[in-house]
Design a binder for this molecule. Structure first.
Ligand code: ATP
Ligand code: MG
Length: 181
């Protein structure tokens, strides 16, 4: 599944809706210090289901909502990730050319996940990205200084990483699910 576009609204330093296209090939995001480059990566992590506030570089969830002085206070933050479906998606989404994953957080604290405009569970988001490397903790997102961390990981963490890389995570999750049921 290839990322086509990332849309950010009301999230961190983005008071207005911004659309970031990712054409095939390599994309680079450049800009001065503090201009929001890392906030874009945070937006990507967040829409992929990241639950750790620390990893999103905030102390409280409300810090994810735009809090600047543009005379604007959006009622919610929303990040939408538009993916090109190459047939890797789970059965129910296989025929769709595009998959849109969205996450929303309201000022009230309520939040929701959506796949193609349908509310879903965080679990569904995780399942969608299993074996694709596109996971907030997968090999698709590597932080500064993280390369060397592989050596410090526990055997369980390494196994999770390697299973993703080998593309067999979905089988493990399905097996665990059927054992539980
Ligand atoms: P560097 O090159 O230093 O890594 P960067 O481009 O990665 O910089 P970011 O960390 O993405 O910069 O952006 C930091 C900016 O985002 C800060 O100016 C901060 O005030 C702003 N910011 C973070 N959260 C919010 C928020 N909730 N509302 C408004 N602005 C925010
Ligand atoms: Mg940065």
């Amino acid at each position: 599944m290839r990322i086509k576009r990332l849309e950010i609204y009301g999230f961190k330093s983005f008071p207005y809706r911004v659309v970031l296209p990712f054409p095939p090939g390599i994309s680079a995001i450049v800009g001065p210090n503090g201009s929001g480059k890392s906030n874009i990566v945070d937006a990507l992590r967040w829409v992929l289901g990241e639950q750790s506030l620390k990893r999103l570089r905030v102390r409280a969830a409300e810090e994810l909502l735009f809090a600047g002085d543009h005379g604007r206070a959006p009622a919610f933050a929303e990040v939408r990730l538009v993916l090109e479906n190459d047939g890797q998606a789970p059965e129910s989404l296989r025929d769709l050319p595009e998959i849109v994953v969205a996450r929303r957080l309201y000022r009230s604290g309520e939040s929701e996940f959506l796949i193609n405009n349908r509310a879903c569970r965080l679990k569904d988001i995780h399942y969608l990205f299993l074996d694709t490397g596109v996971h907030p903790r997968g090999y698709g997102l590597i932080d500064q200084g993280e390369v060397g961390k592989f050596l410090e990981w526990s055997p369980e963490e390494r196994r999770f990483f390697l299973e993703e890389l080998a593309g067999v995570s979905r089988y493990r999750v399905n097996r665990e699910e059927s054992r539980r049921n």
